[in-house]
Design a protein around this ligand. Sequence first.
Ligand code: PRX
Length: 682
Amino acid sequence: MKRSKLLLANLEAFYKFIGTSNIGNRRHQCNIIQARLFSRSLAAQEKLSLDRDTVYNRYEEVKQFARSDPESFWAQMAREKLKWRKDFTRVNECNLSKGEVSWFSDGQLNVSENCLDRHPREDIALIWEKDEPNQHEQVAYGELLDMTCQIAQTLLSLGVKPKDRVVIYLPTSPIAVATMLACARIGAMHCVVFAGFSASALAQRINDSGAKVVVTADKSPRGGKMIELQKIVTEALNQTATVEKVLLWQRTESKTLSGNLVDLMKESDRMPKYMEPEAFSAEDPLFMLYTSGSTGKPKGLVHTNGGYLTYTSWTHEVIFNCSKGDIYACVADVGWITGHSYLVYGPLANGVTSVLFESTPVYPDPGRYWEMVERLKINQFYAAPTAIRSLLKKGDSYPNKYDLKSLRVLGSVGEPINTEAWHWYNEVIGRSRCKIVDTWWQTETGGILISPQPSTPGSEVIPTMAMRPLPGIEPALIDPVTKEVIPKGRAADGDLCVTKPWPSMARTIWQDHERFKDTYITKEHGFYLTGDEAHQTEEGYFRITGRMDDVINISGHRLGTSEVEDAINLHPQVSESAVVGSPHAIKGEGIHAFVILKDGCEETESQLITEINSFIKKDIASFAQPEAFYFVPVLPKTRSGKIMRRILKKLSVGITDDLGDVSTLAEPSAVENIVKLIEKRK
Ligand code: PRX
């Protein structure tokens, strides 16, 4: 107001100076200008909050705010969502084209403080839905804080320092969550390895990360069976050299431990229940998590404190319409990025109750999820399409037995959701009154980038479409041939990129920044390249259609073709192999393996398949076993020796007559042989 009065006086002086004689007109003009200045200063003073209600009710304004002033938008989000020990002055120091990403870098915070200390001690943080039904356990925020502080001090007592790597090989459980947060409390990086991975896969991740400590359990029940975690860790440690101590959660029986084994419960029980959270830089690493790419070994994506927690907590709130008091269930395993961002960090930063699901969707029967929803009164449920598809095949009688009226939001993640599964989820589970949110994102993106929600209440949701980029997220499609950016507003297919950085982007691949740049930054435009193909509509909605590279997505688990081929090639009778992803009714994609045997192999096909499968189980995990094997004399390759997977993909679904351009095939007989094999099987 003061400023506008001053301006008004200046204007009057100006009119006097230029000698305008019409005083009335002058006064009128001054009044109009004053009103405009006033309304502008009001707009500038009014801060558009980024809380859930504002985001829903003023969605277009929030989107506009993010687009017109991204620095202020992200800075405000970081300050609204998190408690900073030291406020930041620098917001975005990214140079995406050089693969440099940095957010809030001079700010300091402690992630575990944000996820625990801020919330009332008595509020329920976790409900652990154990493998056996009807045996859930509740953990209050205060208890989780105590556990976290005690484990943090145990890690310190073992010599773990900031930025050291701690491998966590545990089932989805409060102990796993407390261990992750304990690492965050002391600035160590956790590296959770999905407890379904084999000893070799675990060893490879330990070696690459150079982990000092492994935290595991003796055994872990899953679907009524016991998984021998400790045995797997012992086997893995034979192939590694960096691990000094193994912290063991003796879950099933208590023994006296020796060697490098330390009893997790005994040691942590001796520690004080509280430990001051130390402030770390927003750009210090929080964790690394391995994921598969199209080539080479799995890569350790590194995420940092400030940007990651800002974005996961905000998106968790506005996508799942989630606030304190809600019971939110993400049924992913803690070993995947979904478990990190939307089971642990997002929900706990928001102070909600997060359900940890340790079992399988079909144990003891296909009603398990829905019985749990009724018993725990779950409000938001987040799962993978593969589980939805497998349950819909069992019919409606299971969900129909249970009262599902507590549900408000049903999320889907990890792979495209097909029309049938989408409608079943909406109608049979959501009873046509829940929001269905098909969320698209990746290990690399840290958080959800495209989702139907948030949006203006009542706005349209098209089945099977991930729909709208979140405010602040700027996707673009690139034409795969011309490499040009496809204009917005044109319905088209292309390679999905993101043109501007956002706070929860992975910062690098552990110890391989060149690979990070080569893999994720487009040479032509300096955009983030997702590796996914997508369709955009005229309205700006997105549907993710599949991968543009050789990554296979089995039940939402990412695998590189080369990883599976390497495992198959371990069999002494195998000379060469090629695998492709092929559509699968439940898993989304299944693996089809084309294998060349060495001369003189005398084993039968069924013998070979069993043996190769056991190599795959040993080298990767059981979910990586192929659906189909084809033993062939030659593989279809180009003259430069590149396997023509495009042809193998078609052959895997029985297409033998429309194989596209085969003119570059080095040996046409390669295809003819496979065609004969397929015809014989029909
Ligand atoms: O291909 C996309 C697919 O899963 C990939 C990311 O896998 P991951 O890093 O393991 O993270 C999975 C959980 C976020 C993506 O590149 N994907 C993920 N969500 C969707 C999807 N495909 C289609 N629709 C989705 N909603």
